[in-house]
Design a protein around this ligand. Structure first.
Ligand SMILES: [Zn+2]
Length: 178
């Protein structure tokens, strides 16, 4: 089942998706769902664009794939995602019955596979997902780091401006989140 060569190939596609979300000011995370040799769905984080807090790349991909396969169970599929999934996405993957998850960068703050939570390792789960981690890890982490660095730079500039001092813009300039 382990196939490093195609893992890299598909993770590159996921990275291409991630780059699209970065351009749109969204946190750059991309995901691909593959069945056999076929890419069923691909998408990137689009919470801001869709005004949807659940519009993480993985969720969008699962939704699309369900429509395309005309099935709410996505058996025998592999999810490639550039960052360790959050609890919402990890749970959705269990519900959707994907067979395998391959992710790139770890997400120490909110990752739900090995970092903050270990949702996929729970013995009580009736569906086991095989996990491979660290595929193109550096590239996947880099794109996130660059994004947050740039955002922090922008925030600094904004905060040092007189306009910001006057504005009670806490909502707008609050903690960065997906
Ligand atoms: Zn998520």
């Amino acid at each position: 089942m382990e196939d490093r060569k195609s893992d890299t190939k598909y993770m590159k596609m996921a990275l291409e998706e991630a780059k699209k979300s970065g351009q749109a000011e969204e946190v750059p995370v991309g995901a691909i769902l593959v069945k056999g040799d076929e890419v069923i769905a691909r998408d990137h984080n689009r919470c801001i664009a869709l005004n949807d807090p659940t519009a993480h790349a993985e969720i969008l991909v699962l939704r699309k794939a369900g429509e395309i396969l005309n099935n709410y169970r996505l058996n025998d599929t592999v999810m490639y995602v550039t960052a360790e999934p959050c609890p919402m996405c990890a749970s959705a993957m269990v519900h959707s019955r994907i067979s395998r998850l391959v992710f790139g960068a770890v997400e120490p703050k909110f990752g739900a596979v090995e970092s903050r939570f270990k949702l996929l390792q729970d013995e009580g789960l009736n569906h086991k997902i095989e996990v491979s981690r660290g595929v193109l890890e550096e590239e996947c982490a880099e794109i996130l780091k660059d994004f947050f660095k740039e955002r922090r730079g922008n925030l600094k500039e904004v905060r040092s401006s007189p306009a910001y001092a006057k504005a009670s813009a806490d909502k707008e300039f609050g903690e960065l989140n997906r």
